[in-house]
Design a protein around this ligand. Structure first.
Ligand code: BTN
Length: 268
């Protein structure tokens, strides 16, 4: 993967996006781009700050997991956005961002892109990337961390905690985009996503998210804390909860991690 260059990312962005960028910082190495933006002054309402690194030494994933972010192997990027008024349903922003990233990946040629609730970017049963949403200023500022594998080392599997085999863009696309091009496409797209979420809420993303839903109709196990529930995934609600049809009827799951039941588990 080529070197990150903030000037060439700026050159690839339209004027409207540049005007709402409070900060665009690039690093050859950093602990975590999310941690960096959480420590920076929040952008003004409607504005966005972006941090991108070639390598993260303490990259963070959901549920306190480590996010494997070796040098020049992926897009390791965070965006901070300050809302005009506190969103009623901030956690659904993860899904809105997922839907927009999936649209963008399809445009880039990743036709098999899928989404696994709540935050995984998938290609088939392998993980291409993930989203880590955090917030500051009492929920007025969202910090969204995006990790997309572009060219992982061969031994990547040995370093990944989540138990889902990874995949990267260079093994999917014959002509993968440069890191600056990928970053610019995603910054432009997510700026529009954040404004739309601010203005219209999550409802306006439900249909878009559902087109990429990889769980609908499958038998799954959802773990929330120490509790595990089994059932059939039935899409999402208007506020981004997962709909699970289990033995006690329909349940709304607002947080948790999901495992697909291997058909072999069902064989007695
Ligand atoms: C997950 O699937 O668990 C979420 C992964 C999010 C990783 C990104 S990489 C950029 C940003 N900085 C971090 O420390 N994490 C996010």
């Amino acid at each position: 993967m080529n070197k990150l260059n903030a000037d060439s990312i700026r050159c690839l962005l339209p004027q409207a996006t540049l005007q709402s960028l409070a900060e665009l910082s690039t690093f050859s190495e950093i602990g975590s781009t999310n941690s960096y933006l959480l420590q920076r002054p929040e952008p003004s309402p409607g504005m966005m700050s972006v941090a991108i690194a070639e390598q993260q030494t303490s990259g963070r994933g959901r549920r306190g997991r480590r996010w494997y972010s070796p040098s020049r192997s992926g897009l390791w990027m965070s965006l901070a956005y300050t809302f005009d008024s506190r969103p009623a349903n901030m956690s659904a922003l993860t899904l809105a961002i997922g839907a927009s990233l999936a649209d963008e990946l399809v445009i880039l040629g990743v036709s098999e892109t899928g989404l696994k609730w709540p935050n995984d970017l998938m290609v088939g049963d392998r993980k291409l990337g993930g989203i880590l949403l955090e917030s500051s200023s009492g929920g007025m500022t969202a910090v969204a961390g995006i990790g997309i594998n572009t060219a992982l080392p061969q031994d990547a599997n040995d370093h990944i905690e989540a138990g889902i085999e990874p995949i990267d863009l260079s093994s999917i696309l014959t002509d993968p985009p440069s890191i600056d091009h990928l970053a610019a496409r995603i910054i432009e797209r997510l700026q529009a996503t954040l404004h739309q979420f601010d203005r219209d809420g999550f409802k306006s993303f439900v249909a878009g998210w559902s087109r990429f839903d990889t769980l609908a109709g499958l038998e799954i196990v959802v773990r929330s804390g120490d509790v595990e529930q089994t059932g059939t995934a039935q899409g999402i609600t208007d506020d981004g909860a997962l709909i699970l049809k289990g033995k006690h009827g329909i349940e709304r799951i607002v947080s948790g991690s999901v495992r697909i039941v291997d058909c072999r588990e069902a064989v007695v």
